[in-house]
Write a protein of this length. Sequence first.
Lengths: 114, 114
Amino acid sequence: AQTIHQWPVAEIKAVGSPLSLGCTIKGKSSPNLYWYWQATGGTLQQLFYSITVGQVESVVQLNLSASRPKDDQFILSTEKLLLSHSGFYLCAWSRGPFNQDTQYFGPGTRLLVL
Amino acid sequence: AQSVTQPDARVTVSEGASLQLRCKYSYSATPYLFWYVQYPRQGLQLLLKYYSGDPVVQGVNGFEAEFSKSNSSFHLRKASVHWSDSAVYFCAVSPPGNTRKLIFGLGTTLQVQP
């Protein structure tokens, strides 16, 4: 069975500080991977997706970047956090390389920027 | 614009009562349709999905949804709710043939009263 892990579970960071969030999927080779952001009490917005190592597509510009250094790993980062980055970050995966399949979500990382 | 609408921000029902959560989409062709649930401070769990075929789809925990092409709707139902069903329910859509793109509604908060 596939499992998806996100780290850290939660972060409190200062405005202007760097950020790195991670996501790992186990039990599935060559998955499609996704990053979503959810404002507190809000809906989910897709930020990035990746279909293979080293390839990332940006969906929404929020002064964030993403990278896929390994087949099973997806990283979300920024060099300078803004207050508006606060929220809940969710990683998701789907079977690749086809583009018709369900997305399954990880447990999320809660971020508070002060 | 292509979108998904959940007209009820909050629904309150008594335990044991039936439930319907509404979802309407706006797409020129029938999209892929999903219902996800988010329990407090957790990630999203897939309840059910519709790609084609029988318009009534069964999901987990006794949930089902009915697709209506004429009404552009995909309403979620449950015959008898339990207090543990209290959560936020998200309807989501993907354009036909491309489930990498997943667009979420604003969500409906369900509160089940004992």
